[in-house]
Design a protein around this ligand. Structure first.
Ligand SMILES: N[C@@H](CCC(=O)N[C@@H](CS)C(=O)NCC(=O)O)C(=O)O
Length: 208
């Protein structure tokens, strides 16, 4: 069945899983359109008209076209969320979530995400510095979670939605989560949220 919200995605992309997770947490039905990245479908004129940066995910909400996973999360929350449930409306609360969206787009994308590209998609990066950077980041996140259940405080926010996928699947890029007890507990808290949906696992890397 086709629904009004469409998401152009790749099924093994954590950036795309963020959107699937957000839609499910908000209880919004959507149609997922798989983009064949291996065949270069994201470089075709038709796809570039949706996103000139040639990347998934792209959202089409009744003709509202939006690219970039974190931008899509903010849009979905503001458009369909209730009372700022996933993105607080007060200045400090919103900024504390934004801080983690920046971590998702920066240090996480340039470490654990890229390490997984090597193992899952055979991208020829040197994995060693990527894995080392991921561990450096995870030490910080693990320490941050010592005294609070979620990244921005007492309840799950867009910060969880943005960081979950590439942290949960970091072992696929040979970044073990074994040393990070607080992160592992945090993952289980997210997995217990009403509406949680997992990303497909691959057979590479370590186990959590
Ligand atoms: N900043 C973008 C990054 C998205 C991204 O890296 N997408 C990857 C899949 S995980 C992609 O489409 N790669 C194809 C390419 O860059 O050629 C976002 O958050 O949406």
């Amino acid at each position: 069945m086709s629904t009004a919200i469409k998401v152009y995605r790749h099924a093994l992309s954590g950036h795309c899983h963020r959107i699937e997770l957000m839609l499910s947490l908000l209880g919004l039905p959507a149609t997922f359109i798989d983009v064949d990245l291996a065949a270069g479908e994201h470089k075709t004129p038709a796809f570039k008209a949706l996103n000139a940066f040639e990347q998934v995910p792209v959202l089409d909400d009744n003709g509202v076209i939006l690219a970039d996973s974190n931008a899509i999360l903010v849009y979905l929350e503001r458009r369909y969320g209730v009372n700022g449930r996933w993105l607080p409306e007060d200045p400090l609360g919103q900024a504390q979530v934004q801080r983690w969206l920046s971590v998702a787009a920066g240090p996480l994308a340039y470490s654990a995400m890229k390490a997984r590209l090597v193992t899952v998609f055979n991208v020829p990066f040197d994995p060693e510095p990527l894995v080392a950077d991921a561990h450096q980041l995870f030490e910080i996140i693990d320490a941050h979670l010592t005294n609070q259940p979620f990244l921005a405080g007492e309840q799950a926010t867009l910060a969880e939605v943005a960081l979950y996928s590439y942290i949960a699947h970091a072992p696929e890029g040979n970044v073990s989560l074994e040393p990070y007890a607080n992160i592992r507990t945090w993952l289980t808290r997210i997995e217990a949220l009403d509406g949680f949906v997992p990303m497909g696992v691959t057979r590479v890397g370590l186990v959590r």
